[in-house]
Design a protein around this ligand. Structure first.
Ligand SMILES: C[S@@+](CC[C@H](N)C(=O)[O-])C[C@H]1O[C@@H](n2cnc3c(N)ncnc32)[C@H](O)[C@@H]1O
Length: 264
């Protein structure tokens, strides 16, 4: 069991936001920086995950930096992820991102016009997402995109199973953390932090079946370009990018597998 990560507020004007985040995500509030390890810190700008011995601040960001660049110059509807979720013409999709993480994929999908419910079970990642979404909602350049995004703090497998017919999404997007996700030395600081704080996702095969039983049209699994498939049925098709692959599981093509899983 990983230790609970605490939240420290360093700016008096932000105390209310800190309390709301701590309450919503059951994070212990700190009154000083811990001597070592990870903690969340809310300053006048944003919420960040810190561990100065290991790397700089890690945070979710929808307004500035890579998100802004991708918003302005990203590949639009021709990019592999857009094709993988089945975007055609102007029709936007209703997507559940079942492994939201820092919300980068969710933001790309919402920028393309999709409604995205971001499901995240780690309280740390969910708090970082909620803080980034609040900032994006308050910025004129991103408010319309943020309005299509919501944060759900839950384990996606039971949450997907709990949806009624009207709530079921067209697409479930899955990007689990794998022990084999590429070269450890080159792993990004966010990934190092996440693996320390959150651990590997050891139950992604269960999540794939829960996603298949819930999605109305398809499940899309993001993998490293040369990574192994998730255990379970074979993907129906694949969209291959430079370093990433999107495995597409069609609900129609896998109807027999899904019926068997629902019956078991
Ligand atoms: C590799 S990261 C996802 C990165 C994300 N696609 C992005 O763009 O930032 C995987 C995340 O999925 C979350 N996760 C894994 N299994 C989950 C589940 N069953 N329910 C909810 N969240 C899950 C982990 O806590 C982790 O934050």
């Amino acid at each position: 069991m990983l230790p609970a990560t605490g939240l420290l507020c360093t700016h008096p004007d932000r105390a209310e936001h800190a309390h709301a985040l701590a309450q919503r995500f059951a994070l212990p509030l700190l009154d000083q920086r811990p001597p070592a390890g990870y903690w969340l810190e809310l300053d006048d700008t944003r919420l960040s995950l810190l561990n100065p011995d290991k790397h700089g601040p890690v945070y979710a960001e929808f307004v500035e930096g890579a998100a802004a660049h991708r918003r302005q110059f990203g590949g639009g509807r021709g990019q592999p992820v857009a094709k993988a979720i089945g975007m055609k013409g102007q029709e936007a999709r209703d997507v559940v991102d079942a492994t939201a993480g820092l919300g980068r994929d969710a933001f790309v999908l919402a920028s393309l016009g999709c409604r995205v419910r971001m499901v995240e079970r780690s309280p740390v990642a969910a708090a970082l997402l909620a803080d980034a979404l609040a900032r994006a909602s308050a910025d004129a350049d991103t408010a319309d995109i943020a309005a299509r995004m919501t944060v759900v703090h839950a384990d996606a497998s039971p949450w997907l199973a709990s949806l009624n017919d009207a709530e079921r999404p067209q697409v479930v997007f899955v990007d689990p953390m794998f022990p084999d996700t590429g070269n450890k030395a080159a792993a990004k600081k966010e990934m190092q932090a996440f693996q320390q704080v959150i651990g590997d996702d050891e139950d992604s095969d269960r999540l794939l079946m829960a996603a298949l039983c819930c999605a109305r049209e398809r499940v899309v699994v993001k993998r490293p370009r040369l990574g192994v498939d998730l255990a379970g049925p074979m993907p129906s098709s694949r969209q291959i990018g430079k370093s990433t692959r999107f495995d597409v599981y069609s609900v129609k093509a896998l109807a027999a597998v899904i019926a068997a899983a629902r019956g078991s």
